[in-house]
Ligand binder design. Structure first.
Ligand code: NDP
Length: 435
């Protein structure tokens, strides 16, 4: 805490991992002797830089940009870029730390990193977004590269922003390489990347249910968020026979007890991606639904919960409400959406709980496959990629079971993901010696 003052999110993430790694390394002294966990709590490096851009009124604006390169022990740094006005070094450090374990869990050769800016994209014109992205990449370009660090999207950074940044990198470096993932299909992007995180979160839930002999079909589901991850989680839940009754954004929650079907989901996509409107507009078209301003969805009864908006969006009280209302499973689409108190509630109730570093790893896994395709200069088909995503999520589930099974057969997925993600990175670090 003395070394990282004022970084509560980073402390939270390290604590969540350390609680399982400390007992594990005590039983495996080679890791302890080499101080692997201690070394992993210090990022390889953090760069922070000024980003100046001009708004539509010709006024000069100044933002802060960052890239946290956490660990490249098992591959180039890899992790998204976030544009949100609440971005701080603490948030990016927690995300980069988590990313290292998550990327290891995928089985693909990727290290962990994260970046972003306190730039707020809400209400900005398309030209302003373009100017900001270009200014951001002008500086970032000197720190990344296809063999060094390969960023992707995250909150506030979707296909549009990745395209502006990729175009600027290409122009500055005079090279066409797979330096970013989440690119458009016309210039090196991968099929299934847009869908991958949301689909993966649902595949992981399916695997947890199947492991217990339960079925997805007929389950009532609460989803939070209405961005990239939430949209494709809703789509996959519906395809598997579940019924989604909520979506949300930072202004509040939509509760549609009739269920959000494909037509309603298409409308949500139109609202958020094209009109860049608020989710409250949903009830203008579907007046039978209810909009609950300023509230998150967790008081609404459901069988399964999918937090897909942002960090710390479920507190202990909300977790208790979910459990009391009969929720039997939580699969985290967002990164660290459950506060520590909420995780304690889920674990004490022994419901199925999939932590983000396992459940939402499908996005970065398909990003890894995008890097593979770029290196080979060819593209795989949609079916092939969906199949690979399904297999990777199944393998992550198996790894969690391997490292997370308690003596009584209960699976502690949090422990399984933490230890399962740690081992490969730790073995690589041991092999390199003290560096
Ligand atoms: P988007 O920007 O597409 O969507 C974010 C959604 O969350 C929006 O509905 C947004 O509402 C809501 N939201 C954001 N911040 C807050 C907040 N402070 N309070 C309440 N609601 C908020 O982002 P993504 O869907 O890509 O990301 C969502 C989560 O998933 C993040 O935690 C991200 O790190 C994680 N993730 C994403 C991956 C990906 O592939 N995209 C991969 C792995 C993890 P509003 O529009 O009002 O801001």
């Amino acid at each position: 805490i003395r070394r990282n003052p004022g970084e509560p999110e980073f402390h939270q993430a390290v604590h969540e991992v350390a609680q399982h790694i400390i007992p594990f390394v005590e039983k495996n002294p080679k890791y302890e002797a080499a101080q692997i966990l201690q070394r992993l709590t210090e990022p390889d490096r953090i760069v922070s830089f000024r980003v100046c851009w001009e708004d539509d009124q010709g006024q000069v604006r100044t933002q802060r940009g960052y890239r946290v390169q956490h660990s490249n022990a098992i591959g180039p740094y890899k992790g998204g870029i976030r544009f949100h006005d609440n971005v701080t070094q603490s948030i990016l450090k927690f995300l980069a730390f988590e990313q290292t374990f998550k990327n290891s869990l995928t089985g693909l050769p990727m290290g962990g990193g994260k970046g972003g800016s306190d730039f707020n994209p809400k209400g900005k014109s398309d030209r302003e977004i373009m100017r900001f992205c270009q200014a951001f990449m002008t500086e970032l370009s000197r720190h990344i590269g296809p063999f060094t660090d390969v960023p992707a999207g995250d909150i506030g950074v979707g296909g549009r922003e990745i395209s502006y940044m990729f175009g600027q990198y290409k122009r500055i470096r005079n090279e066409f390489t797979g330096v970013l993932t989440g690119k458009g299909l016309a210039f090196g992007g991968s099929e299934i990347r847009v869908e991958a995180t949301g689909y993966g979160v649902v595949y992981f839930m399916e695997d947890m249910l199947n492991h217990k002999g339960l079925k997805f079909e007929g389950k009532v589901c609460c989803v939070s968020g209405s961005g990239n991850v939430a949209q494709y989680a809703v789509e996959k839940i519906t395809t598997l026979g579940g019924k989604v009754v909520t979506v949300s954004d930072s202004s509040g929650t939509v509760h549609d007890s009739e269920g959000i079907n494909a037509e309603k989901l298409a409308h949500i996509k139109e609202l958020k991606e094209v009109k860049r409107a608020r989710i409250s507009d949903y009830i203008l078209k579907y007046p039978h639904a209810e909009f609950i301003a300023g509230r998150r969805p967790w008081h609404i009864p459901c069988d399964l919960a999918f937090p897909c908006a942002t960090q710390n969006e479920i507190n202990a009280e909300e977790a208790a409400m979910l459990v009391a209302n009969g929720c039997i499973g939580v699969s985290e689409g967002a990164n660290m959406p459950s506060e520590k108190g909420a995780i304690d509630v889920f674990q004490n109730a022994r419901i199925l709980f999939a932590p983000s570093k396992a459940a939402n790893a499908g996005g970065v896994a398909v990003s890894g496959l995008e890097m593979t395709q770029n290196s080979m200069r060819l593209s795989w088909s949609r079916d092939e990629l969906n199949q690979r995503l399904r297999t990777i999520m199944g393998d992550i589930h198996k790894r969690c079971v391997q490292y997370g099974a308690d003596e009584d057969g209960h699976i502690d997925y949090l422990k399984g993901a933490n230890v399962g993600g740690f081992v490969k990175v730790a073995d690589a670090m041991l092999a390199y010696g003290v560096i």
